[in-house]
Design a protein around this ligand. Structure first.
Ligand code: FES
Length: 356
């Protein structure tokens, strides 16, 4: 990935969603329209300075291409950036990097998708739902949306409008964990058992879907992936994006491996054809951590192994990752790694951010 270019955008409108969530729309000058063209499901990275320190966060786009540029922001407890973003109002300006992300769908086909989201995980899913339904009149979506209660449902008006417009093509199932619904099928947690129950009662037919899109906290995604594959859906047809409520950079994902086998490593970073050198102590820091300390610019967004913005290729040496929620098995085999999670295992490590 080439160096991230940030542009100052103006907030055009803010739509409150719940007591803790807002949709923020940006004005997009004509000169930036091409650069900010996005695929449904992608996200924007926002950057600002808080208490003198640069901070970045990624927020998914909630609208369909052609509808402008709007993101969903949910307040995270203890999250300084989300508190700041919640305070944005029309006319405010903030630095934004162009869209990125691989949790996307190609509208225009007669897709039949199963989509499952929890809480703010609805944000990229909403963009995909809108785009797929508009993109082909033969497309169908079953959307299972998990929340604690009615008041925590984000984009309720948008979902109701979609349901009214696509009555026969959108099957929208709200499942609430802290409120009793008329049907017990729509109460409780969305997990593998719930899906099996829905399948048994013919509310869904897992083998009839072209793909499943899952977006929510890591434990939910893990359980649903296992459940769906056991019900007959091929693993390669299950796409997911982790939305974690844990603090920035400390997602509750499983640790792939943490080994500090060298005391300090010389790391070389190749970005846009330029080589920069770093010293990394793998017992104390990741490659991203060392780069930030030394002022070496490398692309990143979530810093939690989830978004893939920091993907690069190991071209010399060896490194391990604390956790990985976004690289595919073929990428691991090809030598790709996440710089935000990477700790050198050899004295010398060369990482190529330009590698495709
Ligand atoms: S910055 Fe998101 S995976 Fe590394």
């Amino acid at each position: 990935m080439a160096e991230q270019q940030f542009h100052e955008l103006t907030v055009a409108a803010v739509r409150p969603q719940t007591a803790h969530a807002k949709a923020i729309r940006f004005d997009l000058p004509d000169a930036l329209k091409a650069e900010f063209t996005f695929k449904p499901g992608q996200y924007l990275t926002l950057r600002t300075k808080l208490n003198g320190e640069e901070v970045r966060r990624s927020y998914s786009i909630c609208c369909a291409p052609g509808e402008g540029l709007e993101i969903g922001v949910k307040h995270v407890e203890g999250g300084a950036f989300s508190s700041y973003a919640q305070g944005l109002k029309p006319g405010d300006r903030i630095e934004v990097a162009p869209p990125h992300g691989r949790f996307t769908a190609e509208p225009g086909h007669a897709w039949h998708f199963l989509m499952i989201s929890a809480g703010s995980g609805i944000t990229p899913v909403l963009s995909i739902v809108k785009s797929v339904l508009v993109g082909n009149p033969a497309s169908h979506i079953t959307l299972i949306y998990a929340n604690r209660n009615v008041d925590s449902v984000m984009f309720r008006a948008d979902l109701d409008a979609l349901k009214d417009t696509y009555l026969t093509r959108l099957n929208l199932l709200h499942v609430l964990s802290e409120e009793d619904e008329d049907s017990e099928l729509l109460s409780g947690r969305v997990d593998a058992a719930k899906l099996a129950e829905m399948q048994a009662r013919k509310l869904i037919d897992v083998t009839g879907f072209d793909a499943a899109y899952l977006c929510g906290p890591a434990p939910m995604i893990k359980a649903l992936r296992t459940g769906l594959t056991e019900m007959g859906m091929p693993l390669e047809n299950i796409r997911f994006e982790i939305f974690t409520p844990t603090p920035y950079g400390k997602s509750s994902g499983e640790h792939v491996s943490v080994k500090a086998v060298v005391a300090g490593a010389d790391v070389e970073v190749i970005l846009d054809g330029t080589r920069r050198k770093l010293k990394v102590d793998p017992a104390k820091e990741t490659v991203l951590g060392a780069a930030q300390r030394d002022g070496v610019e490398i692309p990143y967004s979530c810093a939690g192994g989830m978004c893939c913005t920091c993907r690069c290729k190991v071209v010399e040496g060896k490194a391990s990752m604390d956790q990985n929620w976004s690289l595919q098995p073929w990428e691991l085999e090809a030598g790709f790694i996440l710089a935000c999670q990477a700790r050198p295992e050899t004295d010398r490590l060369v990482l190529d951010f330009d590698a495709q």
